[in-house]
Design a protein around this ligand. Structure first.
Ligand code: KE4
Length: 426
């Protein structure tokens, strides 16, 4: 009997490109057909055929409280009853803006938007408007949303300008973007020696999560901060993924680096479409309606998304929230590593707060090139074996994974028992 999942995928491909509304969902990297889901609760969700999975993707990061957390659902329901959107300011936008500024002191002012992409593109435009410069630096393997300036891959050499990594991006646009190697301080210094006073901004994931998880080397973020300061370039931390995921003060508190601007998303929306960009007041004051840099959005800061975000941020401020979350995530990765190694499999894993990376390689990679040397086929085999057992990891060897505060010890134990069974028969 054809599964409901297969039927849905077959028909969806007729009406939606690739049958999905975001490419990474399509399972192209791991092979097979994407799973359609119909319900989520806590650490679990159920597919169109009613099969239950333990979820280690959490909608790519937002669901730090798990699916359908009662407090978040209650906030959404009660807010929606009073109207979904007004296209006008509300008290709740002030409340979440104050909370974000309080929790992330480098953010003196913040503007709410509806996606991480919107936050990234707006931050880049604002940095260019503030500095009057056009060039930006990003790092290969980092993803900041699908704005033209950021869909750029490394040029032929370390110090050439980027080439489009997508059709439809004019070479002239990509040409303003310099793409360097993550964690390569020397490359950074060379770029600034050559282009320093022409660089509007550097945008970086303080912990990279879009080429699997890559931790910053101690000298990398500090080097970035110093070079941006010396050249009056704007340092933008893309904390869409790391924001309130690796700690209450985000990655910037964890590594004690103060960026000039920060972009946030995922967790701050609690599963609803919400993101934000913010930073130094003198920069933010360049934004319309005060200044010459235009940015806008019909549903920016809408009450329902803000309610979900406020309910989520209230929960993450509970005492020991991140200690508990980090310990759960650490147990997962340490258990997976021990299990693989006990069966002689080249495997490593690491976690930072509630996010983790697993790699089929002896050591955890520290750069994009090292990630590319990991055994992708082995990951895909592991992914499908775990999926068959009702355990859902990110459908790509190049994505980070996420644990929620409601993943129980028995969920972690079941995951480790299952992985051990798979590694035993590897
Ligand atoms: P969105 O436009 O997808 O809300 O955010 C873009 C973005 C910006 N910055 C970082 C660090 C991000 O991780 C993202 C989005 N992450 C991807 C996967 N890691 C979302 C999943 C998808 O594209 O469907």
């Amino acid at each position: 009997m054809t599964s409901r999942n297969h039927q849905l995928f077959e028909e969806s491909q007729h009406y939606i490109p690739g049958g999905v509304n975001s490419p990474v969902r399509a399972f192209k990297s791991v092979g097979g057909e994407p799973v359609f889901f119909q319900r989520g609760e806590g650490a679990y969700f159920w597919d169109a055929d009613g099969k239950q999975y333990i979820d280690y993707v959490g909608s790519w990061g937002p669901l730090i409280l798990g699916h359908a957390h009662p407090e978040v659902v209650r906030a959404v329901q009660s807010t929606a009853q009073n109207g979904l959107t007004f296209g006008a300011p509300t008290a709740s936008e002030l409340e979440i803006a104050k909370l974000i500024c309080q929790l992330v002191p480098s953010i003196e002012q913040v503007r709410l938007v509806s996606s991480g992409t919107e936050a990234g593109m707006s931050a880049i435009r604002l940095a260019r408007g503030y500095t009057g410069r056009s060039k930006i630096i990003k790092f290969e393997g980092c993803y900041h949303g699908h704005d033209d300036s950021l869909l750029v891959k490394a040029g032929s050499g370390a110090l050439t300008f980027g080439n489009p990594s997508s059709a439809g991006v004019p070479a002239e646009t990509a040409g303003h973007t310099i793409v360097l190697d993550y964690n390569d301080v020397n490359g950074l210094e060379e770029a600034f020696n050559r282009w320093g006073k022409e660089i509007a901004a550097v945008i970086v994931e303080p912990v990279a999560g879009n080429m699997n998880l890559i931790a910053p080397k101690p000298e990398f973020l500090g080097g970035l901060r110093n070079l941006c300061t010396q050249n009056n370039s704007v340092l933008i931390f893309d904390e869409v993924m790391t924001g309130f995921r690796v700690g209450l003060g985000c990655a910037q508190a964890l590594y004690q680096i103060k960026p000039d601007m920060t972009i946030l998303g995922k967790v701050i929306g609690g599963g609803m479409p919400m993101a934000a960009f913010g930073g130094r007041r003198d920069i933010m004051q360049c934004l319309a309606p005060l200044g010459p840099v235009y940015q806008a959005g019909t549903l920016s800061g809408n009450p329902v998304a803000v309610a979900a975000g406020l309910a989520t941020l209230k929960q993450v401020q509970q005492p020991d929230f991140y200690e508990v979350l980090s310990e759960k995530t650490r147990q997962l990765v340490e258990g997976l590593s021990a299990s693989a190694k006990s069966h002689g499999i080249d495997f490593s894993a690491q976690s930072i707060g509630g996010m983790f990376g697993i790699y089929f390689s002896k050591q955890s990679p520290t750069s994009f090139s090292e990630v590319m040397q990991c055994d992708k086929d082995a990951f895909n085999r592991f992914f499908h074996a775990m999926l068959d057992e009702g355990i859902y990891f990110a459908p790509s060897a190049f994505e980070a994974g996420f644990v929620s505060i409601v993943h129980s010890d028995s969920d972690i134990e079941k995951t480790l028992m299952t992985s051990n069974k798979i590694f035993k028969n590897w």
